[in-house]
Design a protein around this ligand. Structure first.
Ligand code: MGD
Ligand code: SF4
Length: 734
């Protein structure tokens, strides 16, 4: 399988879908040179997913945006946007976009009875209610949920108002276990883009990471490079993913048993002395405890749990050893699966450490990041309490807000101290209804609020529950903060508008300043325009807005930054001891197992199948499923069913069924059956983000099924509070 073929497959899915006759096709027909020569060109970075590739928005002679292309100087994309990014124009041209501020006209949330309002009226109402709620319950009772660029500005506003109840679903519903586990082991989380030297690796292990379908641009490109250079790919997945089809080893593991496999790999690596003795001796602590701990976890033991044959466990471990230190056990992103996720990710971190791949070519490189100066702001008031004070002393290893804890803190408890109650939500760029598991619980919290403000570009489900809806313009119509990202070389990227905002939409930067002024917080908003602010920041970094408008991306390498450390050298890790903690003293101090343990998880009852879910390369969560360019490529999800299961249920390819979960929750809409050997007989698989229930979204309403609706069993991670979502089982309603 050559690079070009893998990229094509991962970009369009195994079906190799045709795009001819679509808008996307016409846009793609224009070469970059033609576009640049004839049209205007504005730098941007993509907001269609959070990889944030930098590119150009091209406009025609009438100033209409016609095409998006990648910026050659950008290490996130190397000049090529993925299909979603290229189709990002569909977000701008979407007729269903929110067009004006909306105010609820009756008191019943969930009934979409809004009237249009002016920005001034909307801000007046929000400011008045915020002051009232703050007077009655304290400023801490105002919480913020956010995802995407606009969140930063609202974070400043909410902090300036006196609350630190701020959370992103990309932590407790996504990367939280990974970041907590790597911080406990190596002293720091990994951040984004993860510093993985995939292009030079000799062995890449994907354990529950479906890179290629999960389209993180440069990582997919680097994986293609690695495949070209004949790297060994090892994929552990109950589903035959696109990556599995490119792998030397595919381990179709029984779901929920990954920790057993990881422990067994450690057992084999230590028993055969396949670990990096020098690195372990100089840079790690707790090796003897680890050795004793994993001694019983033989491949034969793991076989009984994982269904992976002992021989395959040994051979795949040997392949990692042979490649080391140029080996990567990929840490993944969406890691909230079974509630013991931080322990699973600790096992991933430890296995990486055993191969001595830290700071090594083909392993983890040491990233560089530009230092950014911010204009001096007055200090934020110190809140009297935060979400952490509502958890009875839990989650002490976590600093970032947990969205699910803030939801819990919004529901008054019977016979409990309700002095720390959240009473208002700002929801910026996140569709909490589809994003948080256990929707009835989210709705119960919403019904207890005194104010819900939703800031969105689309009439997504969450906006239907809001009291005030603020329509943000899309990323192609606004400036935003500089993208300052870690990479092999520190770099920054500019986003500027390529066109005026359509309708009466505004940027989040503008909204927070205007609202801040109404709240008497003007000192926190020293710049009159975002252009002024960007120019000030860029000049502090030795560039300027004028320069960045021309080049879009600038590398600002830190002098003397080293990408790798010499083999055999001592490195100072940011843990208590300065060493990699194979045995976590931080976990021990909090009463958690200092070494990862395997616990058995419930299995499906007869006639039920584990609900597994993931991504498709042409969509990002639910945010793209109304984008006409992308629905041309995929307009509904399907439920993957093993042929054996299809036979039992007499299911036919293409037939529509409803899914019902273990708590008798039935999907709102029917979903098409896809019969395939690529899924195990004990599971089904659907792509997340479909099954929208808001009729205002014409492309996506009623298309496919929502996995979130069916996730009513949430297994909370005791270490970091993440919401494990893969312990739900479904059956068919035909
Ligand atoms: P989306 O559903 O795409 O993802 O959760 P979210 O970030 O909430 O919602 C994005 C929202 O942002 C949409 O309402 C969209 O219209 C809006 N939006 C898009 N662009 C803009 C913009 O420029 N400005 C503003 N203001 N709004 C904008 C993602 C989260 O979901 C994550 S990170 C993960 S990994 C989890 N994945 C996941 C899963 O796979 N399955 C289930 N069941 N739940 C999951 N929850 C988590
Ligand atoms: Fe945009 Fe694709 Fe890059 Fe994500 S990977 S930022 S969708 S171009």
């Amino acid at each position: 399988m050559q690079r070009r073929e893998f990229l094509k497959i991962s970009a369009l899915g195994l079906g190799g879908l045709a795009v001819s006759g679509t808008i996307l096709h016409q846009l793609l027909n224009m070469s970059d040179e033609e576009a640049i020569a004839s049209f205007g060109r504005f730098p941007t970075y993509c907001e269609i997913c959070f990889w944030q590739c930098a590119g150009w928005a091209h406009t025609d002679k009438d100033g209409k945006i016609q095409k998006l292309t990648g910026n050659d100087a950008d290490p996130h994309c190397n000049g090529r946007l993925c299909p979603r990014g290229t189709g990002g124009l569909g977000a701008y041209y979407d007729n269903d976009r929110l067009k004006k501020p909306l105010i609820r006209v009756n008191n019943s949330r969930g009934q979409q009875t809004f009237r249009e309002a002016s920005w001034d009226e909307a801000f007046d109402l929000i400011a008045k209610r915020m002051k009232y709620i703050s007077g009655k319950f304290g400023p801490e009772s105002i919480a913020l949920f956010h995802h995407g660029s606009g969140g930063k500005y609202f974070t400043n506003l909410i902090k300036a108002f006196g609350s630190d109840n701020i959370a992103k679903p990309s932590f407790a519903q996504c990367m939280g276990p990974r970041e907590t586990a790597f911080a406990a082991t190596f002293g720091a989380g990994l951040g984004s883009p993860e510093p993985l030297d995939i292009r030079d690796t000799k062995c890449l292990v994907l354990i529950g990471s479906h890179l290629g379908e999960n389209m993180h641009n440069a990582q997919v490109q680097e994986m293609s490079d690695a495949i070209d250079k004949v790297a060994t790919i090892i994929t552990v997945d109950p589903r035959f993913s696109t990556a599995a089809s490119k792998s030397k080893f595919w381990l179709p593991i029984k779901p929920a048993t990954d920790i057993a496999l990881l422990l067994s790999w450690m057992n084999v690596v230590i028993a055969n002395e396949w670990y990096d003795k020098q690195f372990v001796e100089i840079n790690c602590e707790g090796f003897e405890q680890l050795k004793q701990h994993v001694a019983p976890f033989t491949p034969e033991w793991a076989y009984g749990i994982t269904t992976i044959e002992p021989d395959v466990i040994v051979k795949s471990a040997k392949a990692m050893h042979d490649a080391s230190p140029a080996v990567i056990i990929h840490p993944g992103r969406h890691t909230t699966w079974y509630g013991d996720d931080t322990q699973r990710l600790r096992a991933v971190a430890i296995l990486n450490a055993l191969f001595g791949n830290w700071g090594q070519k083909g392993g983890f490189y040491l990233p560089d990041k530009a230092e950014m100066k911010h204009h001096h702001l007055p200090e934020f008031p110190k809140p009297k309490w935060t979400w952490k004070d509502t958890t009875d002393g839990k989650y002490n290893l976590v600093d970032l807000g947990l969205s699910n804890v803030i939801v819990d803190a919004s529901i008054p408890k019977k016979n409990a101290d309700n002095s720390k109650l959240v009473k208002a939500w700002f929801v910026v760029g996140t569709n909490l209804i589809q994003t948080l598991p256990n929707t009835p619980h989210t709705l119960e919290a919403i019904q207890n609020l005194e104010l819900l403000v939703a800031v969105d570009t689309m009439p997504m489900e969450i906006t239907g529950w809001a009291d005030v809806v603020l329509p943000e313009c899309t990323y192609l119509e606004r400036f935003d903060s500089l993208r300052v990202s870690q990479n092999r070389e520190a770099n920054i990227s500019l986003r500027m508008p390529a066109a005026k905002p359509l309708n009466d939409t505004k940027s989040a930067w503008w909204m927070t300043r205007e609202l801040g002024i109404k709240l008497g917080l003007k000192d926190y908003f020293p710049f009159k325009t975002q252009e002024e602010e960007l120019d000030w920041e860029l000049k502090e970094m030795g560039s300027s807005l004028a320069e960045m408008k021309k080049i879009g991306v600038k590398t600002i390498p830190t002098p003397d930054h080293e990408l790798y450390i010499p083999k055999g050298s001592k490195y100072e890790f940011n843990t208590d001891s300065g060493k990699v903690q194979l045995y976590s003293t931080a976990f021990e101090a909090e009463g958690f197992p200092p070494l990862p343990v395997y616990t058995k998880h419930p299995e499906p009852a007869e006639g039920y199948y584990r609900l597994n879910y993931g991504r498709a390369p042409m969509h990002t969560f639910g945010r793209t499923t109304n984008n006409a360019n992308l629905t041309d490529l995929m307009d509904e999800n399907t439920v993957w069913v093993n042929p054996k299961v299809a036979k039992i249920w007499d299911l036919k390819e293409g037939q529509y069924v409803k899914l019902k979960n273990q708590d008798d929750v039935v999907s709102s809409f029917s979903i098409k059956v896809r019969i395939t050997e690529r899924i195990r007989h004990d599971s089904v698989y659907i792509v997340h983000g479909f099954g929208h229930t808001d009729k205002r979204m014409n492309q996506s309403f009623g298309k496919g099924a929502s996995d979130t609706e069916l996730i009513t069993n949430v297994m909370t991670d005791p270490i970091m509070g993440g919401t494990g979502m893969r312990g739900n089982f479904v059956t068919f309603e035909i």
